[in-house]
Design a binder for this molecule. Structure first.
Ligand SMILES: [Fe+2]
Length: 303
């Protein structure tokens, strides 16, 4: 079973901007560079959790999901192959680059690359925030944060992510035209959400959570000072109760920067349906209309 979102990678012509943007605005730590200039960022004791590779266009490169053991990786691989997708073994070189003990990867039916790994490298006591922070990032067993994908058909994507990958429904938000479903694999309210947009597929946003509300406010101030586009103002979500705002990163993806998300107890949790995304705030700025909504994948021939 997938245990957490353990890392995520993007490619972008704006990769080098992350050397300052990541630490100075978001509070992340530079965890090292690749030979090609790739920027790796640390948010806790994991070797790194966010990677920005050089690339001609903004794109999601991979979603990195963690499992506990090689046996779980093998079992999940079998289920994905039974579904009809090809799963590739990552090999020792890729495992070394990702700083994990072992991994496999596959492309989902919507063009997103998923990597499944175990044994992520950790360096206890190593995290130094890139700017003063009140409490660092909320990770641990809740993983890096959450990722939101755009899918063309809710039913098909829900089937794949729940029946094959084992994601568990947290709740739904139906606020036409928004139709979104949220899934957990640990205490984090959602590690994955999918939003249905007919005819489209892609990556919508990454959320990282900080332990102090002040760190959200400080990031907001820094975005305003540095003209980092704020896409949605500060607000609070109805379902995970996250107090957050959304910004547009130099890698062309939206990032939700939040605090105070609920922790799900699977034994007691009952999925609800909501009719709005927010209790208050989260107002769209002009950037919401001016900037791309998502990193859209090329439409593919479906087999
Ligand atoms: Fe979110």
């Amino acid at each position: 079973m997938i245990q957490s979102l353990s890392y995520i990678g993007f490619s972008s012509p704006g990769y080098a901007e992350w050397l300052t943007f990541g630490p100075e605005v978001l509070g992340m730590q530079i965890a090292g560079r690749g030979d090609d200039g790739t920027v790796r960022l640390r948010v806790d004791d994991a070797d790194h959790r966010l990677v920005i590779h050089p690339g001609a266009e903004h794109a999601l490169a991979y979603l990195g999901w963690g499992v506990r053991t090689p046996a779980e990786l093998a079992a999940l691989t079998a289920r994905i192959e039974e579904y009809g997708l090809t799963v590739h073994e990552g090999g020792p070189e890729l495992a070394a680059e990702r700083r994990v003990a072992g991994l496999s990867w596959f492309e989902d039916p919507w063009g997103n690359r998923h990597e499944i790994s175990w044994g992520q490298f950790r360096h206890p006591g190593s995290f130094r925030p890139g700017r003063p922070m009140g409490g660092g990032f909320v990770t641990g067993e809740q993983g890096l944060g959450h990722a939101v994908l755009v899918v063309p058909d809710m039913g098909e994507a829900n089937d794949f992510f729940t029946r094959i990958l084992g994601f568990r429904l947290s709740d739904r938000i139906i606020d036409p035209p928004l139709n979104a479903q949220f899934y957990h694999v640990n205490g984090r309210h959602h590690s994955l959400a999918i939003a249905e947009v007919p005819g489209a597929a892609g990556f919508q946003h990454l959320m990282v959570e900080v332990a102090s509300l002040d760190d959200v406010g400080i990031a907001y101030d820094l975005c305003e000072e540095r003209d980092v586009p704020i896409v949605l103002t500060i607000g609070r979500h109805v379902n995970d109760l996250m107090t957050s705002f959304y910004l547009y990163t130099p890698a062309g993806f939206h990032l939700e920067y939040g605090h105070g998300g609920v922790v799900v107890d699977d034994a007691l949790w009952e999925p609800a349906t909501y009719t709005s995304t927010k209790i208050w705030g989260h107002r769209g700025t002009r950037y919401r209309d001016e900037l791309p909504f998502a990193l859209f994948n090329e439409p593919k021939e479906r087999g």
